[in-house]
Design a binder for this molecule. Sequence first.
Ligand SMILES: Cc1ncc(COP(=O)(O)O)c(C=O)c1O
Length: 372
Amino acid sequence: MIPVNQPLIAKNALKYVSDCIKTGWISSAGSYITKFEEAFAKFIGVKYAITTTNGTTALHLALATLGTGPGDEVIVPDHTMFACADAICYTGAKPVVVDVERDTWNIDVKKIERKITKHTKVIIPVHIYGHPVDMDPLISLAKKYKLAVVEDAAEAHGALYKGKMVGSFGKINCFSFYANKIVTTGEGGMVVTDDEKLATRARMLKDLAHSPKRRFLHEEIAFNYRLTNLQAALGLAQLEEVDKFIEKKLWMADLYNRLLSDIEGISLPPKKPWARNVYWMYSILIEPSFGISRDELMDKLKKKGIDTRTFFIPLHCQPALRKYHLGNERFPVSDEISRRGLYLPSGLAITKKQIEMVSYAIHEITRRRHRR
Ligand SMILES: Cc1ncc(COP(=O)(O)O)c(C=O)c1O
């Protein structure tokens, strides 16, 4: 089976992780945490980076740090990973979903304004599948209505918007380090910000909010979202090779693009002139002219030993969000891409031969289809 993702473990990973074990620094108190946070802040070009246990808790921590709570509304794209909705709901706020653009699959900034009410507090642009959101108009809108922006860059480490790293535009922004992410710690996350007060508050909230006056005194309810030194050691090693990993993603996408571009009915991943897409996963749409559906294609690929994944299911279709009365509102683009989209094997360990095998398999399926 060609797996949809296989991570590439960096040269120094074993050395750094062994160091934690040999020295006994296995909890969240070790020096790799600070090293990883400082190196990540430098990589993104922000002042502060704070590790968390995963991308979901990073989103929750960012929202909680901003004081998001019951009665607030948080704007989020309809096409995203469900973790965004979970994080909003943990705070007691209401997720307000906006349809996405057909050409980037990201939140449609033109459709945000009509969703802003006096309760809106935050906008979460999600850089989906590694392609940046069009941040300039989104930031202007947020400024106009005095809303905070929390970027969800879980899938977009190293993606550039007009030459600047995503994760450096919002007030406090989030990353995931799950095993299929460009920088991984197995499970892990990070919030980043330029604001010293927010950084201090996030640090306090992620660690049970010990009172600055006295340890073990707690004036408010908080969380234990501490990453371990072991995970940070792995993260630091991975981060040392991040440029190489991004290059590999660009190479992978370029090769797939070349091998698939002549097949009718496949829309290749987005690439706006102002963007560096880092192709978290190589994602495509199966259009009607392809002849068979996305699901049929996935089935046929599975029979050939090739693993794939569908795009996310839109938030407005999620039973868990039923109580937010999304009612009769329509999200045509999100519905369509969720029905047509899939991603192909594209983890960092993928080989040229595997990409050729996947592409050849799709060509073969289309040839058979034309003979039918
Ligand atoms: C866009 C997006 N946001 C948030 C998350 C949550 O991250 P985690 O799985 O680390 O909790 C993910 C996870 O893949 C994601 O893709």
